[in-house]
Ligand binder design. Structure first.
Ligand code: SF4
Length: 485
């Protein structure tokens, strides 16, 4: 059992999925445990059933504290400890968790951060250089998206650009070697409104970093690229789409004829990167609104059209997310779920026909939905926000050098966001020092109602994981904390 590789047909590897053949999975685990003598024949079926239930639990609900799992199985601590040990001896069970409906949490975030010991530093309240640093270089934004948390019209004074870009350069120089994805450009406001973005990108690339810029691409014109050739040194340009025609764009961003311009920019970008044989990647992100899943087919048309501009360099990736935010508890109605599932199938069929090389990331919730399960929805509230935040995991730095603890807090003049500034990077103060001071001084931030909106999806995952790990340690399960590592 421990030696043979999992196959798609392996009932154990699939046991966390809806509709899994649980008796077959239990039988297979039982046989394996008994055959290598770890478990007696009599207790075998019970132990195997419990192990499969653990895989099911953590493949669907990764943030379950161990004590809760123990109570679910109704076993004493000694038996539970033994079960945890046995679980680790059956790789197919681990595979089932990592590939279960909530597998994206494990694969994309939890396990990579575990491997680098990032959670350990946060749990121990030890300073560590943030695993990921977001630089928010944009002094302004040409759009006024109705959902954007930024105060309408808020911007940074252009006089902040020079010192701000020098400060960003110093932060880039501070980033430790070893993690090429340790830094990205985003906002806050629109990164391409900073005329120094290209120079910063080149500096980052020269240090072996592979930054992505998150942009609306309204300013991604040939002129910008001529003036800022360093933009070509980015690893990827990820464009947030706000619609698929001018009307939709205007409704969302308040800007007329914006879609046409973004499309023209992206088409030209496609041609230029093909001519230059630039390795830079081009991707899009798109949010599916409830009831509008059919628009995904128009999105395929849009991408196919961009691909025609450079048939040898098709668009590389697409991030699709859903927006449940209008729902009371974040859950979709049954009819919406069915519609979304059908829509995703039709979308995948169209993609495989027209844009077959497109790499699609569905994120946590849509990935679960595609497997037929209800997504584990994270609901971090002020009561479960961590007063010490998690600067060892990630921080965001704006043009003034302010170090924000959460990704949606880094907008100028955003009410209450200043409480989430850990300190300021500037001449004489490095990012390392800001984080060290924040952590060593034991600074705690008491959350106010609504502060959870300063956190994005990533921040929520990190907070949920740290809360879970802390609960495991407090309950005496330090060695097994977090279930998988
Ligand atoms: S969401 Fe982005 S593009 Fe829209 S107004 Fe806010 S910063 Fe600008």
């Amino acid at each position: 059992m421990t030696s043979h590789a999992s196959t798609a047909a392996d009932p154990v590897a699939l046991c966390a999925r809806p509709g899994a053949d649980l008796p077959a999975a239990v039988h297979t685990v039982h046989r394996a445990l008994v055959s290598d003598g770890r478990v007696g024949v009599d207790e075998g079926p019970t132990v195997a059933r419990r192990l499969v239930r653990l895989a099911e639990r953590y493949g669907n609900h990764p943030f379950t504290p161990l004590e809760e799992a123990r109570r679910m199985l109704d076993v004493d601590r000694a038996s539970f400890g033994r079960l945890l040990g046995l679980f680790g001896r059956v790789p197919e069970l681990r595979h089932a968790v990592e590939n279960g409906p909530a597998g994206k949490y494990w694969q994309n975030t939890l396990l990579p951060l575990e491997r680098r010991g990032v959670f350990d530093a946060a749990l121990a309240h030890k300073p560590a250089f943030p695993y990921v640093v977001g630089l928010y270089p944009g002094p302004s934004c040409m759009f006024r998206c109705h959902f954007c948390v930024r105060v309408t019209g808020a911007r940074y004074d252009p006089s902040a650009l020079e010192s701000g870009n020098a400060m960003f350069a110093s932060v880039i120089d501070e980033i430790p070697a070893g993690n090429p994805y340790a830094m990205y450009f985003s906002g806050g406001l629109e990164p391409l409104t900073n005329p120094g973005l290209g120079a910063l990108s080149s500096r980052a690339a020269a240090r072996g970093l592979r930054p992505t810029v998150y942009t609306n691409s309204f300013a991604l014109t040939e002129r910008t690229l001529d003036r800022q050739p360093g933009v070509w040194d980015l690893h990827a340009v990820r464009t947030s789409l706000y619609g698929l025609n001018d009307e939709e764009y205007e409704e969302t961003t308040g800007k007329r004829a914006a879609f046409g311009r973004v499309r023209a920019n992206l088409r030209r970008f496609q041609q230029l990167r093909s001519e230059r044989e630039s390795p830079i990647r081009l991707g899009l992100s798109y949010i599916v609104l409830p009831g509008r899943v059919h628009r995904l087919l128009d999105l395929v048309d849009f991408i196919a059209d961009l691909n025609e501009a450079a048939p040898d360099r098709p668009v590389d990736f697409l991030n699709v997310r859903e927006d449940y935010s209008g729902r009371e508890d974040g859950r979709l109605f049954e009819a919406e779920r069915a519609e979304l599932q059908e829509g995703l199938l039709a979308f995948e069929e169209a993609v495989s026909r027209r844009t077959p090389t497109l790499n699609i990331d569905y994120g946590y919730a849509l990935h679960s939905l595609k497997t037929g399960a209800d997504a584990e929805l994270l609901r971090i509230r002020p009561g479960t926000m961590r007063r010490s935040a998690h600067p060892q995991v990630s921080v965001q730095v704006d043009l003034l050098g302010d170090v924000y603890l959460y990704r949606e807090a880094g907008f100028p003049d955003l009410t209450g966001a200043d409480r989430y500034v850990a300190g300021r990077v500037g001449p004489g103060t490095s990012l390392t020092e800001v984080v060290e001071r924040f952590v060593d001084d034991g600074r705690l931030i008491a959350p106010h109602a609504g502060d959870e909106y300063f956190m994005d999806g990533f921040d929520q995952v990190v907070a949920a994981r740290l809360n879970q790990l802390e609960a495991d340690v407090v309950a005496g399960w330090e060695d097994a904390r977090g279930f998988l590592r």
